[in-house]
Design a protein around this ligand. Structure first.
Ligand SMILES: *Cc1c(COP(=O)(O)O)cnc(C)c1O
Length: 482
């Protein structure tokens, strides 16, 4: 007994180091705040892309029994993590689909982590679950879903697409033996994570019908209707249409209302990937383009895109909440105290997760502390910046510019006087990357190497778009040898 007591006392002394005492906690708080403040203060002058050797400091810091100092840790982060590669906090990020990083979201994460409220079941944290539900309801109202809709805040769009696909599968009551006779309708511009989701969900054997698109890369609904009719005539069982509201490549929005009508006519689930475009519902400039979103059966929206939150925030909404529940319900003896009634479902009843972070707080805090107006203004601004870029570049000689943007993506390329245009534009992207002040990405459309402008960062304003226009003119002239 004596030895046991001594051992407990020894262990307690060491274990208590997990709880920093007041003085050292305040000191560390200040060091971290200073590090973050310094970053934010110098951000306007920092590069958006830096290719550089890195990793040496991290490699020299293996996990050991003994701690490192905060100075060492922050130095390693500054050198090896927060400098090389794409700077996603920069307004110069105009590639892929830019993320956000609104500051109050970080404070939300901080509070969520310190209090560590368990947001999986309402029994454990009724307030956290209520808060998340109110955000989901707000989004459901935004897209026009009825009161019976349900949803979940996820880690991102990929997970949300997976949950939507699984809800659709359960609603269709698909059996394994039917898969080869149960086609799915999508386009070549559907995000790759949908294909991934279908395979993860065990639906890889379903035939994929790649529906042709119009000149603006929107699903051709005539071809969709014909393909479905064709399959039905052949005795197959069409069950899922995947639309996109904002494709990643070109920002195109499929004709949502027409697709919804076709889906309703044939009794097919209409899943909509609006990971990129969904929050443009807050902008009067895009509401028309997104008309029909309310008729989808499930929709994916990424707050870490259009609501400018840091990475780690997606959302799935399902028009008939019962389908989401059917796909994700559970039962376990050790959960008997936490069992939900049907009217009051918790995140754990509606998603693959049990223990999960309190994701709602990082979304709620920015909305509470900023109000909606600046979000709407920023989204309006992004749409108009893309139009401004499209107009300006179209007026310059030597540039081929893609369709007028429906949302905030523009594709374009330079047409050199001689030589292979693909090779020329590849070099042009490289030149922009080498400069590093802004970051752009590229894609291939109909065999053509195209550059993309994607405006979605809340820190992107006219200044960054003008800088890109200036750089493009400069570098194209240099590469042409003039
Ligand atoms: C970003 C994106 C996804 C993937 O979402 P993640 O949040 O990156 O997992 C899916 N679809 C579209 C249209 C996207 O833009």
């Amino acid at each position: 007994m004596r030895e046991l007591e001594q051992e407990l006392a020894r262990l307690e002394t060491v274990a208590r180091r997990l709880e920093p005492e007041t003085g050292s906690r305040r000191h560390h708080n200040q060091q971290v705040l200073d590090y973050a403040d310094d970053f934010l203060e110098t951000l306007p002058g920092l590069k958006t892309f830096r290719s550089m050797p890195c990793g040496a400091l991290l490699a020299a810091m293996p996990v050991t029994e003994q701690p490192y100092s905060m100075e060492q840790v922050l130095q390693a982060l500054a050198r090896d993590v927060d400098t090389p590669g794409i700077n996603p906090a920069s307004g110069g990020h105009l590639g892929y689909i830019p993320g956000g990083g609104q500051y109050y979201a970080a404070l939300g994460d901080y509070l969520a982590d310190v209090f560590n409220r368990y947001a999986g079941v309402a029994y454990a944290s009724p307030g956290a679950v209520q808060l998340e539900k109110s955000l989901l309801r707000w989004m459901a109202d935004m897209v026009g879903y009825p009161a019976v809709a349900a949803g979940d805040l996820t880690s991102g769009g990929s997970m949300a697409n997976l949950m939507g696909v699984v809800a659709a599968r359960e609603a269709a009551e698909l059996k394994g033996s039917q898969l080869e006779r149960s086609p799915i309708y999508l386009t070549a511009q559907t995000h790759h994570c949908v294909d991934k989701a279908l395979r993860i969900a065990g639906l890889g054997e379903c035939p994929r019908r790649m529906i042709s698109m119009d000149a603006g890369f929107r699903m051709d609904t005539g071809a969709l209707a014909a393909s479905i009719q064709n399959d039905r005539n052949a005795g197959l069982k069409p069950w899922l249409i995947v639309g996109s509201a904002g494709t990643t490549d070109t920002g195109s929005v499929d004709p949502l209302a027409e697709i919804a009508d076709i889906a309703a006519f044939h009794g097919i689930w209409f899943h909509l990937d609006a990971a990129y475009g969904g929050f443009f519902m807050l902008s009067d400039h895009a509401k028309n383009v997104l008309k029909g979103i309310e008729q989808s059966d499930s929709v994916v929206i990424d707050p870490h895109k259009g609501l400018f939150l840091p990475y780690g925030s997606g959302a799935i909404l399902v028009r008939d909440g019962a389908a989401l529940h059917k796909a994700h319900y559970y039962d376990a003896n050790y959960m008997q105290d936490a069992r939900a009634d049907e009217q009051d479902l918790s995140p754990a009843d509606l998603s693959p997760e049990l223990s999960r972070p309190f994701r709602g707080l990082r979304m709620w805090l920015p909305l509470m502390l900023c109000g909606l107006a600046p979000f709407r203004a920023a989204l309006d601004e992004k749409l108009l910046l893309a139009r401004y870029f499209h107009k300006t570049l179209s007026a310059l000689p030597g540039w081929e510019v893609g369709p007028e943007p429906e949302l905030s993506v523009v594709t374009y390329r330079h047409l050199p006087h001689s030589g292979d245009p693909n090779e020329f534009n590849r070099k042009l992207v490289q030149a922009i990357h080498d400069d590093g002040r802004v970051f752009v990405s590229s894609t291939v459309i109909n065999g053509r190497f195209m550059l993309r402008l994607a405006v979605l960062h809340f820190r992107t304003h006219r200044e960054q778009v003008d800088l890109l226009l200036e750089l493009l003119a400069q570098q194209a002239a240099r590469l042409s040898g003039s």
